[in-house]
Design a protein around this ligand. Structure first.
Ligand code: FMN
Length: 162
């Protein structure tokens, strides 16, 4: 099964998670950053894994645009969805809003995979907002390795609910 992981990542965390997932898939998928290719050709892929980080409650605009522009093709693929973020309280809502309904209803697996605050990658405003809202003052990683494992089990068709 030919797979692509298509992701939006601002500071590199979603990209890192994409690789943590992809390294455990066989054959290893192709990785496509929407920052590099805003509307990649997906014709050759059977399975598409979509991942985006969340900022101010919203997914990357490039991800939303990609999902809207490619609906007809995406409806014919095996789909899996994940988000990266640091707001545990809103995470279910954020996952729901990150992708259009037609993808949720087709998805084989969906996951909330945690996130990171990387102060060395943030601009001045991002640092200010993060400090003010979360009181976090230095880099922190809250990746959910257990959730990544469960997500992979579903992708590899070993999950008990498949
Ligand atoms: C300014 C700012 C706003 C953020 N807003 C949210 C948010 O609304 N919800 C959330 O879950 N995480 C939020 N985050 C956390 C990011 O989603 C997290 O840092 C994520 O790992 C970034 O992934 P990326 O490097 O792939 O873009 C925010 C981070 C920053 C710096």
């Amino acid at each position: 099964m030919k797979t692509a992981i298509i992701y939006y990542s601002k500071h590199g965390t979603t990209e890192r998670v994409a690789h943590l997932i992809g390294e455990k898939l066989s054959p290893e998928p192709e990785y496509i950053s929407l920052k590099e290719f805003y509307n990649p050709d997906i014709q050759d892929y059977d399975r598409i894994i979509l991942g985006t980080s969340i900022y101010a409650g919203h997914p990357g605009k490039l991800m939303s645009k990609f999902c809207n522009m490619n609906r007809t093709q995406l409806e014919q693929k095996v789909i899996a969805l994940f988000i990266c973020g640091m707001n545990d309280n809103q995470e279910v809502e954020q996952l729901k809003n990150a992708f259009p309904e037609y993808l949720h209803s087709n998805a084989l697996a969906e996951a909330i995979l945690g996130g990171e605050f990387l102060f060395n990658k943030m601009n001045f405003i991002e640092k200010f907002v993060t400090r003010k809202i979360t009181k976090v003052t230095c880099s922190v990683s809250n990746l959910r390795y257990d959730a990544i494992t469960v997500f992979l089990e579903k992708l590899n068709n070993k999950g008990s609910d498949i």
